[in-house]
Design a protein around this ligand. Structure first.
Ligand code: B3K
Ligand code: ZN
Length: 863
């Protein structure tokens, strides 16, 4: 029986016993038997004579210290402990690894025959014995020896040598002049098509840009390259940050556990986050690619030049870099749309994490498996925390803080406290209360009450904040609350700077606080938590007429969208209560407001489409305890049907008017978004004309339109569904990334045959359980977009997921651990479902070789 995995604690942090001077690595590549030779000099920091080098699943061949064979060591399961070291010791270690059998996609592995690495967080220890921790920084020299069939042998930094070897192999040497931690190391070897370009930095340096893709995919590479150049220019313009090496490489591989990895000078990307042309990728894919390419590039400063002292500080680089990529997307595209997107992610997924067994602060205090903490909390709530600082300090103040941060910490491994200190010192602003955001757990709640004194013309806003039950922090948080006051005519009422910064932002710092607005003629309508200025839930009894007023008059697209969301939510909630689905009619006031929106197609059609997006099952389920699975689903469907039916003539007329020019301009993208929205509703009330539209649009050469049509059919369980899916399958079997869209569509089908269909797709020629993209497409889509079948009360949906997790436990622990999430929150469901979900978790808990990744989550959920 193996021992229980042990947690590591932030409060146990100890600085490293040794510093490392230059690491030289030689790789002799072989699928089963890659030899790694590591040479480095250790300098003891505090008189230590032993060092513990991390290493797992390695075969040790030899150890030398100061040129002599060294046998004074202890080999542990998790590392190599060298004893009897002089204060300065030259180490040489030779070990072997087997990339060809490494299915965990961590360390060195093969993706479709190409070698690649993934080291963050702790994958370097699967390559060689080393101080695999982010606060040990050193320069790297890498020599890669490989077969000639692999013309590209890549690593970080600059290429300094290459040549042929007598045995028919060849080699390439790389040097990275910037000190880096081991998690930023990368190696790639294979045969690729390459897209090359150049970027001239603001100071006039020429940077070579190279994008490596699987053979035959060159036509899908230009968008990622353009995105990279945009990101480089944007970081100079907005953050005054320039690229530092002479070369920047991106490699796309299909076997990858996440989106991408910011290895210094050599990013490795999931092919899904690189490859796109309009025939194979949707407008959404194009957007996501741009933002991820940006995100990884921005890490070069926020993450690589200044890195994390320890993994508990992950949000230092991730929260900040997500904030930066969100700003990039917002500056390049629509700010409101990007905000809506970010807010949806936080409210749907992060709030759920906050309310479940894996709830943790953005700076976790304890961790068993670090890979489990690349979460929506660390990333997206982390970005909200950075955004709040930006809101409090303003753009100029925030930039001053960033400058201070780089001046102090370039080349260092630091903490979240260091970041906040830089912000605070640069602005002379006390952020000590603000720092509580790094410790608090769960979603804070703001309750608002208002009163109006007609005689005095005074409007008072009473705010109270409270913590979630699972929050160890009790003291009040420093919360920026953005507001807007609208008069009866819909005009924005100016708020003096003394009450609200920039006329908008009030700072809530106490448990309860009241804010008075004087000199008013009538009672205003108040917009609260405008732009989602803090990651909190808001409790305020907005009346329907007030929400309609906001939806019509608020100055921001975001606030108008939010008001409509609240209106939908209120309808759904009351429908879940009454369950009078058959008799339900959309209220006239709401129907009218919606049809008025559709009258004007001259604005941003993407935002218009968002206004017609009814909140989904996952977003709404948080409002109920237990989650009323069937009624909630039926309530959403009923509202959607009503929107379709009551506005059918308007949807038809709108659909017929909309024509995009086939480009990727934001106007064309918006037109396609709106066209798809029309078809989504129209499919629910189909007639022969609409059927014709669906058929015709499904034949489009533009993937956004094609998929929009098929999705509409699948959602409506339209008669065309099977036919369209079969055609798609026939057309796209040679393109796995496109087939992922098809798998996701299949997984969202709600007909009775749904589960058998998913099981049969496991043997589809394009499906492969070892590939995270395929699993995410089929199973991720099933658990996310098919609540009715996933939460079937016969437990078969849970069993389908449980069985797959059991299979993946050993194959790919990270992926298994990612897809288990929906089972963890069993407490939110009725007793029957709770029992069934728990049974799956208990079954998994009994697996003979349960990975640490799964252990941590299951243990937290069950105990
Ligand atoms: N830093 C990587 C994620 C690493 C995940 C390790 N399990 C990508 C990113 O956030 O940019
Ligand atoms: Zn990142």
């Amino acid at each position: 029986m193996t021992s229980k995995p042990q947690a590591k604690y932030l409060h146990d942090y100890q600085p490293p016993t040794h510093a490392v001077e230059n690491l030289s690595l030689t790789f002799e590549l072989d699928p089963q038997n890659t030899q790694v030779t590591a040479r480095f000099t250790l300098t003891a920091q505090s008189g230590a004579t032993s060092v513990m080098l991390d290493g797992i699943e390695l075969t040790l061949n030899s150890v030398k210290v100061n040129g002599q064979n060294h046998s004074d060591y202890t080999l542990h399961d998790t590392g190599l402990e060298l004893h009897g070291l002089s204060p300065r010791a030259e180490i040489e270690i030779v070990n072997t690894i087997s990339p060809g059998t490494n299915t965990s996609l961590e360390g060195l592995y093969l993706s479709d025959g190409a070698y690649c690495t993934q080291c963050e967080a702790e994958g370097f220890r699967k390559i060689t014995y080393f101080l695999d921790r982010p606060d040990v920084l050193t320069t790297y020299q890498v020599k890669i020896i490989g077969p000639k069939e692999m013309p590209y042998l890549l690593s970080n930094g600059n290429k300094v040598d290459s040549g042929e070897l007598a045995d028919g192999r060849h080699y390439v040497c790389w040097e990275d002049p910037f000190k880096k931690p081991s998690y930023l190391f990368a190696l790639v070897a294979g045969d690729f098509d390459v897209l090359s370009d150049k970027f001239e930095t603001r100071s006039g340096r020429q940077v070579d840009l190279q994008l490596f893709v699987d053979k035959g995919n060159l036509s899908k590479a230009p968008h990622a390259m353009t995105s990279l150049k945009k990101a480089m220019a944007w970081d100079e313009a907005r953050f005054d940050l320039e690229y530092d090496l002479d070369i920047y490489m991106i490699v796309a591989v299909d076997f990858f556990n996440m989106g991408a990895m910011e290895n210094k000078g050599l990013n490795v990307f999931n092919s899904a986050c690189v490859l796109a042309n309009q025939e194979t990728a949707t407008d959404r894919d194009f957007h996501v690619i741009e933002s991820i390419v940006g995100h990884e590039y921005f890490h070069n400063w926020t993450g690589n030049r200044v890195t994390c002292r320890d993994w508990f500080q992950l949000s230092l680089k991730e929260g900040l870099t997500v904030f930066r990529d969100q700003e990039f997307s917002s500056d390049l595209g629509s700010r409101a749309l990007n905000r809506i997107d970010a807010v949806n992610t936080v409210r749907t997924h992060q709030f759920a994490e906050d309310a479940g067994p894996m709830a943790h602060p953005i700076r976790p205090q304890q961790v068993i498996e670090m890979n489990n903490f690349y979460t929506v909390t660390v990333y997206n709530k982390g970005a909200e925390v950075i955004r709040m600082m930006h809101t409090i300090l303003g753009e100029a103040g925030f930039q001053k803080g960033m400058k201070q941060y780089f001046e102090r910490h370039d080349g260092q491994a630091v903490t979240c406290d260091d970041f906040v200190a830089a912000m605070s010192d640069a602005n002379g602003k006390d952020l000590s209360q603000f720092k509580l955001w790094y410790n608090q757990v769960g979603t804070p709640k703001i309750s608002a009450r208002t009163s109006y004194d007609a005689q005095q013309g005074e409007f008072t806003l009473h705010l109270a904040q409270s913590h979630a039950d699972n929050d160890p922090v009790e003291a009040p948080l420093h919360i920026p609350v953005a507001i807007e006051l609208l008069d009866q005519q819909g005009q924005v009422i100016a708020i003096p700077e003394s009450t609200a910064k920039q006329g908008k932002v009030i700072e809530l710092t106490e448990k309860q606080q009241s804010f008075v607005f004087a000199g008013l003629k009538d009672e205003p309508v108040v917009v609260l938590l405008e732009d989602f200025s803090a990651p909190c839930t808001l409790n305020y009894d907005h009346k329907q007429h007030q929400l309609l007023h906001i939806a019509k008059f608020a100055s921001s697209d975001y606030a108008r969208w939010e008001a409509i969301q609240q209106l939908y939510k209120a309808e759904i909630k009351s429908l879940v209560n009454t369950q009078a689905f058959a008799e339900y009619r959309l209220p006239e006031s709401l129907t009218h407001a919606l049809s008025v929106l559709l009258d004007d197609l001259s604005g941003d059609l993407s935002i218009l489409a968002e206004q017609f997006t009814v909140p989904g099952f996952d977003a709404l389920s948080a409002d109920h305890n237990p989650v009323p699975v069937e009624p909630l689903h039926q309530a959403i469907s009923t509202i959607e049907y009503q929107i379709a039916q009551k506005l059918k003539p308007v949807w038809c007329a709108t659909y017929e008017q909309l024509n995009d020019d086939g480009s990727l301009s934001s106007a064309a993208v918006a037109t396609r978004t709106m066209k798809n929205k029309c078809l989504f509703y129209l499919a629910l009330v189909s007639d022969s004309q609409i059927q014709g539209w669906i058929q015709e649009q499904s034949e489009s050469h533009n993937m956004t339109l094609k998929l929009g049509a098929i999705r509409a059919a699948v959602n409506a369980d339209h008669v065309l569904t099977q036919l369209l899916l079969d055609d798609f399958d026939k057309q796209w079997q040679s393109d796995l990334l496109v087939m992922d869209k098809w798998f996701a569509l299949q997984a969202s089908r709600r007909d009775d045959n749904c589960l058998d269909n998913i099981l049969s797709l496991y043997s589809h020629p394009c499906f492969d359980k070892a590939n995270p993209n395929r699993v995410r497409a089929l199973i991720g889509a099933f658990t996310r977009s098919n609540p009715l079948h996933f939460h079937r009360n016969d437990g078969q949906g849970y069993a389908l997921l449980g069985d797959l997790i059991a299979e993946l436990n050993q194959v790919n622990p990270q992926n298994a651990s990612r897809i288990i999430t929906p089972l963890l929150s069993f407490k939110r469901f009725d007793e029957t479902r709770q029992g069934l979900m728990k049974a799956q978790l208990e079954k998994l808990a009994r697996l003979p070789e349960l990975s640490d990744d799964l252990y941590e989550k299951i243990d937290k959920a069950l105990n």
